[in-house]
Design a protein around this ligand. Structure first.
Ligand code: G4P
Ligand code: NA
Ligand code: NA
Length: 194
C-alpha cells in the first residue's frame, strides 16, 4: 500500500536494525485518515471471506481495525492484555510471549463475543515473531470459530512471524513489508532488485 509506505518513509524513525518507530501515525498519535484507508484496504482484501468478526489486540491494533470492521459490516473485538474490572471467568485466555519485551502476557476475550460459526479476520499493527497473532489464532480456535485470514499493517519480513503463520496454514496480508532496517534505512520487500 503506497500511501502507508510513504508514511513510513516520511514519518517513521528507524530506532535500530530491528525496531521501527511509527508513533506519529500508528502507535501513539493516530493519523485517522491513513488508518481509515488501511482499514478499507483490509476490508477489500478479505471481502470474499464472509467475515463475521474482526479481532485485534489492544491498544495499537484498534485504530487500523476500526474501518475494516465498519466496511465489512462486522463488530470489532479487541483482546485485552489486562483483565478488566467487569470481566468474569467467562473468557478465552492465551499466553503470548513477547521476544521484544521478554515477558509473557495473558490475553483474554469474553466467550460472549466469539462463537462457533464465526469467520474471523485477525488484524494487528506489527508482525515480528508472530506471537501476538498466534495468540489471537489460539483464541479463535478455542471458540470453535474459523480464522479467515490475518491482516497486518507493518510486517518485519526479516523476522519469522509470516513464515510461522503461513506454515500454520493461514493467509497473511501485510500492507507494508519491511525487508530491512539496516543503516537507518527502511527498505521494502517489493523494492528489492532481483
Ligand atoms: P510478536 O507478537 O510478532 O512476536 O511481536 P513482539 O513480541 O516482538 O511485539 C511486542 C510489541 O512490540 C507489540 O506491541 C508489537 O506490535 C510491537 N512491535 C514489534 N516490533 C515493533 C517495531 O519494530 N516497531 C514498533 N513500533 N512496535 C513493534 P504491544 O506491546 O502489543 O503494544 P501496543 O502498541 O499494541 O499497545
Ligand atoms: Na504495538
Ligand atoms: Na500490537
Amino acid at each position: 500500500m503506497e500511501q502507508l509506505k510513504q508514511a513510513i518513509r516520511d514519518r517513521g524513525k528507524v530506532l535500530s536494525s530491528n525496531v521501527l518507530k511509527v508513533d506519529t501515525f500508528l502507535n501513539h498519535q493516530v493519523d485517522v485518515n491513513l488508518m481509515a484507508a488501511v482499514g478499507q484496504e483490509f476490508a477489500h482484501l478479505f471481502k470474499n471471506e464472509k467475515i463475521t468478526k474482526v479481532l485485534t489486540i489492544e491498544s495499537s491494533g484498534i485504530a487500523p481495525s476500526f474501518m475494516a470492521a465498519s466496511t465489512l459490516g462486522t463488530p470489532l473485538i479487541f483482546a485485552r492484555k489486562k483483565k478488566s474490572l467487569t470481566m468474569n471467568d467467562n473468557v478465552f485466555v492465551s499466553k503470548v510471549y513477547s521476544f521484544t519485551k521478554q515477558e509473557t502476557n495473558e490475553i483474554t476475550v469474553s466467550k460472549d463475543f466469539l462463537l462457533p460459526g464465526d469467520s474471523v479476520l485477525i488484524i494487528d499493527d506489527f508482525l515480528a515473531n508472530g506471537q501476538a497473532a498466534l495468540g489471537l489464532v489460539d483464541i479463535v480456535k478455542q471458540a470453535g470459530a474459523k480464522v479467515a485470514g490475518i491482516g497486518i499493517v507493518i510486517e518485519k519480513s526479516f523476522q519469522d512471524g509470516r513464515s510461522k503463520l503461513e506454515e500454520a496454514g493461514y493467509r497473511v496480508e501485510s500492507l507494508a513489508r519491511v525487508h530491512s532496517l539496516e543503516n537507518g534505512q527502511v527498505t521494502f520487500v517489493d523494492e528489492l532488485i532481483s
